[in-house]
Design a protein around this ligand. Sequence first.
Ligand code: TXA
Ligand code: MG
Length: 352
Amino acid sequence: METKLIVIEEKNIDEEAKRGLKEAGDIIKNGGLVAFPTETVYGLGGDALNPESSKKIYAAKGRPSDNPLIVHVANMDDLSKIVKEVPDSARKLADAFWPGPLTMILEKNDKVPYETTGGLDTVAIRMPNNQIALGLIRESGGYIAAPSANTSGRPSPTVAKFCVEDLSGKIEMIIDGGQVGIGLESTIVDLTSDVPMILRPGYITLDMLKEVLGEVTIDKTIIDSSSTQKPKAPGMKYRHYAPKGQLTIVQGSEKEVVEYINKETAAAKALGKRTGVIGTDESKEHYRADIVKSVGNRLDEKTIAHELFKVLREFDDENVDVMFSESFDDSGIGQAIMNRLLKAAGHNVKIL
Ligand code: TXA
Ligand code: MG
């Protein structure tokens, strides 16, 4: 299949862009797939109410079919049409954070096929904060199932180029809308349990959710690497974002971390290995590995969220054998950064 690439500027949705969105919407209505930007990462979209479309999504990504998809909507009325009920908590969260990087789990009704929910009676729903995504949802009939637009196991795409790498020839269209704003996937909160529970940390933090809902918990299995229980979001059990080189996260004071990583990379180099370091703007100059990249600025952790997946993908192209990364505070957005980084490292952490 030939994959058509179109470019749309989110800030300038002119007549040509509207025609592009209509064409993309028709592809989805007819059972085809389109990769498109959201504010978090690029999504791989198909008609959420068409079981055949969901099957195609799993096939294009190489994703296990027990790992459910997120349904993207463009307004609240459409939300109420696909769930058993919209609880108060969902209305409050939507008022506070939609459109935005928050996914809610609710009880589905019969309109949503089990192919989309990986066999579950619940459905994940979010309203993305991106004009291209919202326009496409409206043109597609209201419900787009969209996982991140990467091959299963690779970092989520933050620019269209990465969608092309993973999906070219497998889907009908890719919409290039530039680099995404946030860079990490949405926060997922389960509203079907007595106390709302975060199943995947993201840009909307635990404290932000507590401010709206009062009590909120977090699925312990995703922050405690020694837990033997299964995470509640099926996708969180898979090793994601795995770079090709062996990655170790190093925790300690800045001075200790730099000394340890320089010692280890020197030893690896002596064995003929190619070495890499994920540092920050503050520390980058101190490392002596073959490839050193800054993932952002510690004083503004949003910059780290924004660049993390891009840096991990770039390292895949550098063919490094051994990689080290600095560690980040496990609070606020840092919780999402560390969750993705720990998964990339297969929970391989050196504590100094
Ligand atoms: O930011 C995002 O959420 C992006 C953009 C494209 O919207 N999408 C995304 O989708 O990250 P995906 O498929 O890569 O991740 C969806 C996660 C998986 O871990 C999946 O297991 C979980 O959501 N999930 C989906 N439906 C669920 C449900 N009914 N119950 C529990 N977890 C669910
Ligand atoms: Mg994903």
